[in-house]
Design a protein around this ligand. Structure first.
Ligand SMILES: Nc1nc2c(c(=O)[nH]1)N[C@H]1C(S)=C(S)[C@@H](COP(=O)(O)OP(=O)(O)OC[C@H]3O[C@@H](n4cnc5c(=O)[nH]c(N)nc54)[C@H](O)[C@@H]3O)O[C@H]1N2
Ligand SMILES: Nc1nc2c(c(=O)[nH]1)N[C@H]1C(S)=C(S)[C@@H](COP(=O)(O)OP(=O)(O)OC[C@H]3O[C@@H](n4cnc5c(=O)[nH]c(N)nc54)[C@H](O)[C@@H]3O)O[C@H]1N2
Ligand code: SF4
Ligand SMILES: [Mo]
Length: 731
């Protein structure tokens, strides 16, 4: 036999938002090694323990390779043509009979990590023409996008903390040492935070749990779950009553300062101290520190978004950065200048600047936001009888049975659909309800460019990588599956020339051809060279396999503001009106820990992430799943004792929505009155094909059997995943 050649490949790990460069060596179709790429200018060799899972996912015997069609209780393999033809036929028939909105869509998180599907999904959605669009956005970053739209005029103009140059970081509801950073693409976030402290800076973490990140911070402040908006309002109160706002260069563009001042005046530190659990003098001191910092930034993430006042929180964060002169300024919250101008590309793909309430969900009348309905309403929009019921659902790269509130109800709803389709590589808790599962090729068989994450990176960077392996002859990637469906659906419709041409062009160019056009038209393209000697293009990136550093973040305002609306609104009416709702929280003295708890009081449930896990779908990688059980209920010793629960005891946790049994982990790293359970577990169900994840020692329980789909942020419909009232008893 001829000796096989060892080949070295460079690319970005696509498993989380950090964009770490990896070096993968292969021999034939075998992966020999995966390591950090020391020459990647952004990640400089860093990887986390998840990187080896790139190989485990690729070789996972449970990963689906051919389309599956449901026949009775079983799935049988079918050809791509048969699957795509039948799905398109049935979707078209349902839309003809019941209207376009009868077909719903749900886009999950991995869509964002794949330039083919993220660029093409909007076109697919336009082809379907349905307003019943749902996604993981409404269990995640929706409040951020809403704030960018309302304050800056574009939902994708997302500020990023300039972590490498700041001297003061107030971090709220984020745990980047586990999550590796979110809406802040920063490989080796731990090293970057350490560097902040080494240059004399200060990191303060506000979280109901003393997290991995809190442990390396200068200060950790416990906060009652769900009360962050009041804490932020009190900071704003101090910064506008005891200090003069420092708008600096932004002054000519900022509107609404007086309205903002008037609005936050009632929220004194003294008034919010009881509910937040943070003493008034601590709030005052933090405000003074933020004001005094030479370069400072407030950064708030998931814990401050998926709560009843997440909308208000993510408005107040940029507002504080603006008031302290830290917006669009070095070391503060800044904007990227990615090689693909995502905002221009969004316009091209038909994604708008933002919107709220253009239509409503059918049952609860929750508002549309940025063209989508809150996923917390999906189940009831399927289940409630009526002529406008949802009849079909296309899920792309999502596992909403485990990832959205009251997953059990959604599971029941999926069974009521006339047609369900999952574009997914696993037969899991969601796709097991599908009539068709359409699996894309392994991610290592696709080229890679992080269109979405480059928008969120703490430096401007660009990197394209070719596929590591040639795709199997009968394999289709996500974008090809979407095109296959879209083309077939179009053929059954009256001719829409623009959409026809769009699809024909896409089919010819593919994701990389489209990417090349976007790179050339972008800020570093041939026409506008900027920093590079040769203009940016796919060809240019091909010559720089470790990636290209385009430099630290640069000032972006006012030029990046939409031409139609060149101002920054500190006090958009939607938030000022919503303050009436948060004021009611001030009277809710019952929130959180009750010192007289005899073991029957309600506790507030929050989530958590673990470095070796990623949402619901990486528990089938044996190396990641190994180790101590991770799906445990963290409980304060006082609360555990009051219920007669010791470390390792089994607890029954019940909410208004459901009940689970889970082992207890007693720890004083959590606030009294608060318990924590990770999300993404609860693997199993008839037919699920996840050999490792469903083993009893790994399966765990789903936190979303406890969360309540009726609890949403009334402003924008984001699900409340933090601070869910539960009772805990010995099982
Ligand atoms: N209680 C609670 N719930 C939460 C959260 C929480 O913190 N607490 N977090 C929320 C957040 S932030 C998010 S983003 C959501 C995530 O919610 P989802 O996106 O619904 O769920 P994931 O677990 O990311 O599931 C991803 C799915 O995509 C499939 N997949 C993986 N790679 C590919 C691919 O390349 N192509 C295709 N077609 N499919 C692929 C996987 O098999 C899996 O089925 O969960 C949310 N839910
Ligand atoms: N290892 C790993 N990495 C991931 C993921 C994963 O599942 N695993 N998921 C990826 C995804 S999809 C996302 S969106 C990001 C999310 O990244 P992060 O935003 O960093 O998310 P978490 O790690 O969940 O951190 C949220 C923190 O909020 C705290 N918290 C909960 N409720 C409250 C509250 O009411 N107020 C305050 N102040 N804090 C609260 C929690 O204790 C937790 O420490 O991570 C990404 N990276
Ligand atoms: S932090 Fe880990 S999972 Fe995230 S990109 Fe880097 S290696 Fe991949
Ligand atoms: Mo997320």
């Amino acid at each position: 036999m001829l000796p096989r050649m060892v080949t070295t490949h460079h690319r970005n790990c696509h498993l989380c938002e950090a964009m770490c460069g990896v070096v993968i060596t292969t021999e034939g179709d075998r992966i020999l090694s995966i390591a950090g790429d020391d020459d990647d200018p952004f990640s400089r060799g860093h990887v986390c323990p998840k990187a080896p899972a790139l190989a485990e996912i690729h070789t996972d015997p449970d990963r689906l390779k051919t389309p599956l069609k449901r026949v009775g209780h079983d799935f049988v393999p079918v050809s791509w043509d048969e699957a795509l033809d039948e799905v398109a036929d049935r979707l078209s028939a349902i839309q003809r009979e019941h209207g376009k909105n009868a077909v719903a869509t749900y886009l999950g998180n991995p869509t964002v990590h794949n330039h083919g599907s993220s660029l093409l999904a909007p076109i697919f959605l336009h082809t379907l023409g349905t307003k019943s669009r749902y996604s993981a956005t409404s269990v995640d970053q929706l409040p951020h996008q809403l704030a960018s739209w309302a304050m800056l005029g574009h939902q994708l103009l997302l500020p990023v903390p300039d972590i490498d140059r700041t001297q003061y970081m107030l971090m709220i509801g984020a745990n980047p040492l586990a999550s590796n950073g979110s809406l802040m693409t920063a490989p080796d976030v731990k090293g970057r935070l350490r560097a902040l402290r080494e240059r004399g800076g200060r990191l303060v973490v506000v979280d109901p749990r003393r997290t991995e990140t809190a442990k390396i911070a200068d200060e950790h402040v416990f906060i009652r779950p769900g009360s962050d908006a009041l804490f932020l309002l009190a900071l704003a109160h101090v910064l506008t009553t005891e200090h003069e706002p420092r708008l600096r260069e932004l002054a000519p563009y900022v509107q609404g300062l007086q309205t903002f001042r008037d609005a936050v005046r009632p929220f004194t530190p003294e008034r919010v101290a009881g509910v937040t659990g943070i003493p008034a003098n601590a709030i005052r001191r933090l405000a003074h520190e933020l004001h005094a910092a030479e370069r400072g930034v407030v950064y708030a993430r998931l814990g401050a978004s998926t709560q009843a006042f997440g909308g208000l929180c993510q408005w107040l964060v940029p507002a504080l950065n603006i008031l302290t002169g830290n917006f669009d300024r070095e070391g503060g919250a800044m904007f990227t200048h990615p090689a693909v101008d995502v905002i221009a590309a969004a316009r091209f793909a038909g994604i708008g600047r933002g919107s709220l309430g253009r239509w409503k969900s059918r049952v609860r009348q929750l508002p549309e936001a940025n063209g989508e309905l809150p996923v917390a309403t999906l189940a009831e929009d399927i289940l409630a009888p009526g002529p406008d019921r949802l009849r079909a659902l296309v899920v792309m790269a999502g596992n909403p049975v485990l990832s959205t509130p009251n997953g059990r109800q959604l599971e029941r709803a999926l069974g009521e659909l006339e047609l369900m389709v999952s574009i997914d590589c696993y037969l899991n808790e969601t796709s097991r309800h599908a009539d068709f599962i359409l699996p894309p090729v392994s991610p290592l068989c696709r080229s890679q460019y992080d269109v979405a994450l480059s928008l969120l990176a703490v430096r401007d960077v660009a990197k394209w990588s070719p596929p590591v392996f040639a795709p199997p002859a009968d394999g289709r990637d996500d974008w090809q599956i979407l095109i296959g469906l879209a083309e077939r659906i179009q053929k059954k419709r009256p001719l829409d020339l623009r959409r026809r041409l769009e699809l024909a062009a896409w089919k010819r160019l593919g994701p990389d051809g489209v990417l090349d056009l976007l790179l050339r038209a972008g800020p570093y393209g041939r026409l506008r060279r900027g920093l590079l000697r040769e203009g940016m293009s796919l060809r240019y990136l091909k010559k720089h396999r470790h990636g290209v550093d385009l430099g630290p973040l640069r000032r972006a305002l006012p030029s990046r503001l939409p031409k139609e609306r060149r101002y920054v609104d500190l006090a958009p009416p939607i938030y000022i009106e919503d303050l009436a709702r948060v004021r009611r929280l001030l009277d809710a003295s019952a929130l959180g820990a009750d010192p007289s708890d005899d073991g029957t009081a309600e506790l507030l449930l929050i989530g958590r992430r673990h470095l070796r896990s990623n949402n619901s779908w990486m528990h089938n990688a044996p190396r990641l799943a190994a180790g101590k059980p991770r799906c445990t209920l963290i409980m304060h010793p006082r609360d555990a004792e009051a219920r007669g629960l010791g470390d390792g005891a089994r607890a029954r946790v019940s909410s208004r929505r459901g009940e689970v049994e889970v082992p207890v982990e007693v720890s004083d790293a959590i606030m009294p009155g608060v318990v924590s359970l990770p999300h993404g577990f609860g693997h199993g169900g008839p037919g699920v094909r996840l050999g490792v994840a469903t083993r009893s020692e790994h399966a765990g329980v789903s936190i979303n059997d406890l969360t309540d789909e009726r609890e949403v942020d009334a402003l924008c419909g984001t699900a409340v995943l933090s601070g869910v009232p539960v009772r805990v008893a010995s099982a």
